[in-house]
Design a binder for this molecule. Structure first.
Ligand code: DGL
Length: 271
């Protein structure tokens, strides 16, 4: 695969755009093919078997786009499918959990880290496993916050209702006196200021998207796949979804650094 081939990035929907945004900022010379599985979200409440099936279909679709690397820009899919999938394909692939866990382990001073995520990600225990493999002394406290995803999707990122729910969800983590909190779901960085306001200045928020983009750059460099930026800019970013293309495009344009072209619908069940 050549250095000018695109990077495949996928999520259950719009959440992975927070990861795509970070990649666009940190390695702007790269081409991206983004797939959002908007017809089948949320992933956070589904079983491992179902998610694995979805992820295999998405990988087959991305392979038709001749991607040189794949980023699983979804915590739930990273937790449930990455370990299996990486053994099945030749394309280099990374998820968001390991990079986020690494940053949190490095950030915490008092050895108490909180993780907020979907039910599936918390249930997998993967953030805890990765953090403890780096530093077994760290205590990790997980809390599923299932209402955050629909609230973000409804655009209620600065709403008093969301703030009240955040207070209820985060109370037990405050009582544990954590000093670091991982935003372990791709939607949650969009609630960063609200969550930061509830937790207060003494708690560092970790956005795994930032470290994932750094890890991606390292991976591409290691494999000799980093773009030299000389390819034609045309078709630099392509966006595909399994449903609701226009809604996705409007949401994407509200958070991405540049206007995205039309989003195309893919019949993902065919893959
Ligand atoms: N993208 C998912 C994640 O990061 C959240 C949305 C969903 O449940 O599908 O876990």
């Amino acid at each position: 695969m050549g250095i000018h081939a695109p990077i495949g990035v996928f999520d259950s929907g719009v959440g992975g755009l927070t990861v795509a945004r970070e990649i666009m900022r940190q390695i702007p010379e790269e081409r991206l093919v983004y797939f959002g599985d908007t017809a089948r979200l949320p992933y956070g409440s589904k079983s491992q078997k179902t998610i694995l099936h979805f992820v295999r279909q998405i990988i087959r679709f991305l392979e038709t786009k001749k991607v040189k690397a794949i980023v699983v820009a979804c915590n739930t899919a990273s937790a449930y499918a990455l370990e299996t999938i990486e053994k099945e394909i030749d394309v280099p692939i990374i998820g968001v959990i390991k990079p986020g866990a690494k940053t949190a382990a490095r950030t915490s001073r008092n050895g108490k880290v909180g993780v907020i995520a979907t039910d599936a990600t918390i249930g997998s225990g993967l953030y805890t496993d990765f953090i403890r493999s780096i530093n077994p002394e760290i205590q990790v406290f997980g809390k599923a916050c299932p209402l955050f995803v629909p609230l973000v999707e409804e655009g209620l990122t600065h709403d008093f209702v969301t703030e009240e729910i955040a207070r209820r969800y985060l109370k037990e983590l405050q009582e544990k006196e954590i000093d670091t909190l991982i935003l372990g779901c791709t939607h949650y960085p969009l609630l960063r200021s609200l969550i930061g306001g509830v937790m207060g200045d003494s708690v560092q928020l970790v956005n795994p998207a930032y470290e994932t983009a750094l890890s991606l750059r390292r991976l591409l460099t290691e494999k000799g796949l980093l773009s030299d930026g000389l390819a034609a800019a045309e078709g630099k970013y392509e966006f595909y979804v399994s449903d609701g293309a226009e809604k996705f495009r409007v949401f994407a344009n509200s958070i991405l650094p540049r206007e995205i072209p039309a989003t195309q619908v893919v019949d993902i069940e065919k893959y």
